[in-house]
Design a protein around this ligand. Structure first.
Ligand SMILES: Nc1ncnc2c1ncn2[C@@H]1O[C@H](COP(=O)(O)OP(=O)(O)OP(=O)(O)O)[C@@H](O)[C@H]1O
Ligand SMILES: [Mg+2]
Length: 479
């Protein structure tokens, strides 16, 4: 036996494929959401830092240059931030440039905060550094002598502000001072929010449930079709038609199925009719032959001929009965199965008083089932007759296997049937050599008829050899 991880059912496979696709979509969605969230969190962080830094800058820029260093010590700054005054902005070798968007946010803060033109920064640097990860914002401070310096215009977005060396050459008095504020950056945590987790779980569950539900819905018609085909195989005459309603594809399938079923039914009816007609028409010539045989002089030949004709007559009668059985459409009623089994045994005992002791019933007192009583009786009688004829006993045992199935075993003391023949004997007119030798008579139709009837009830018959000898004919029937 090979172990396969692939589900065996169509539903299982479809669900697996859809769930796999759904998982990929979820993962992609999660990825896009994460990138967006990280970007949003960065922008928000940059905005907050820019606003804080512009406020600090304003305080520092507003006072006289010689008092600025003293102010730094008293200026309230966010914890973790480092603030410093120097002659140059941070070195470009130890820091890296931040994207254009970050500089735009800083520019927007300066303008938005409404810093008076006189104390606007003469230069602006925005750099990033690692270990620890942080932003460094550097403002070139004005020396509060606006008439000497050219009015400051913010550097264009797409280039860094002038480095100290390439900066304005117009440095008449003190060198330009830079105020640098370093702010640590916290790593964005896009999955932290409780709403996100809940939403993700609810979405995944909903998606999964929808997939299960949709696949089940989709496969109901497949199951209906399989069930209908199974019923047709068991009971061609009585299998109901499929309803021709629903979506277009289902209607097409149902119509095709019903057409096929009616053709099969017609075919079986024609064959049965043919057999019955031949059997029927043979009866008249057989009767004529019997009459003629009576006039034969040779006693021995006459008796042999009459015996042959009797056998032919019996075969014709059995053939007619077979045709009748196949065509029969008896109504299903609720019957007590143990009573039926006991009646069968009683009648068998009446017919064969010498075997009455070899007949027994073992099972529940009462058990109601839905069945066609006459047909079911004929099927079981055929098994009981076989058991008596070939096995000198008939023990019936009725058991309920699981809630939906019952078993009727008919056991005997005979030689059993070679395993290779245990299916063959169900074919019409099939008899085994041993039964011919014993001249037990019979047409070879009993098992064939019995199986037809039991299958029409939704069950089946199997022949099993028992360990201690004897045959067990087992009928399984749905309750
Ligand atoms: N209980 C049994 N033990 C041994 N052989 C059996 C038993 N039941 C059936 N058989 C074999 O299976 C053959 C087919 O049985 P089936 O009942 O179909 O026909 P039959 O008994 O020969 O004739 P009919 O039942 O039509 O009078 C029998 O001829 C016999 O060889
Ligand atoms: Mg028989």
């Amino acid at each position: 036996m090979t172990l396969s991880l692939r589900p065996q059912s169509l539903a299982g496979r479809t669900i697996l494929i859809l769930l796999f696709g759904f998982a990929i979509i979820q993962a992609l969605g999660l990825g896009i959401h994460t990138v967006n969230q990280i970007n949003l969190a960065r922008i928000e962080q940059q905005r907050v830092i820019a606003t804080q830094d512009v406020i600090i800058y304003r305080h520092v820029a507003a006072i006289a240059p010689d008092q600025r260093a003293a102010l730094l010590g008293t200026e309230p700054i966010p914890s973790g931030d480092v603030i410093s005054l120097s002659n140059s902005p941070p070195s470009r070798n130890t820091t890296f440039a931040l994207p254009l968007a970050a500089r735009q946010i800083l520019r927007a803060s300066i303008i938005g905060y409404g810093i008076p033109p006189a104390i606007r920064p003469r230069g602006l640097e925005l750099r990033g550094a690692v270990n620890p990860t942080r932003y460094i914002v550097s403002f070139a401070l004005p020396d509060n002598q606006a008439d000497i310096h050219p009015p400051f215009t913010l550097p264009p977005d797409d280039e860094e502000s002038p480095s100290p060396n390439s900066g304005p050459k117009l440095q008449l008095r003190a060198p330009m001072m830079w105020l640098s504020i370093e702010s640590p950056i916290t790593r964005p945590e896009p999955w932290r929010s409780p709403e996100f987790g809940t939403a993700f779980i609810v979405m995944s569950l909903l998606g999964g449930v929808m997939i299960f539900w949709a696949v089940r819905q989709l496969l109901i018609p497949v199951r209906t079709l399989a069930f209908a085909a199974e019923r047709l195989g068991r009971d061609v005459a009585n299998a109901p038609d499929l309803p021709e309603t629903g979506p277009a594809e289902l209607v097409t399938a149902a119509v095709a199925f019903n057409t096929m079923a009616s053709r099969i039914r017609k075919f079986v009816e024609d064959r049965t009719f043919l057999i019955t007609a031949i059997g029927h028409d043979l009866r008249t010539p057989i009767t004529r032959l019997k009459l003629r045989a009576e006039y034969m002089d040779d006693d021995e030949q006459r008796l042999k001929m009459l015996a042959d004709l009797d056998e032919m007559e019996a075969m014709v009668a059995a053939t007619l009965a077979f045709g009748r059985d196949i065509a029969a459409t008896e109504a299903v009623t609720r019957i007590d199965l143990p009573s039926l089994l006991r009646t069968i045994l009683d009648e068998a005992g009446d017919g064969l008083p010498e075997r009455a002791g070899a007949l027994s019933y073992d099972g529940p007192e009462h058990l109601a089932i839905n069945a066609r009583p006459l047909s079911l009786k004929r099927a079981i009688v055929n098994l009981v007759n076989n058991a008596l004829k070939y096995g000198d006993a008939a023990r019936i045992r009725l058991t309920q296997k699981d809630p939906g199935t019952i078993q009727i075993d008919v056991e005997d003391n005979g030689p059993g049937i070679p395993t290779a023949d245990s299916e063959v004997v169900f074919e019409p007119f099939r008899r085994l050599e041993s039964s011919r030798n014993r001249e037990t008579g019979g047409s070879g139709l009993g098992l064939s008829i019995a199986r037809n009837i039991i299958r029409a009830h939704g069950g089946d018959i199997a022949l099993l050899n028992m360990h201690g000898g004897g045959l067990r004919a087992r009928i399984t029937l749905p309750l």
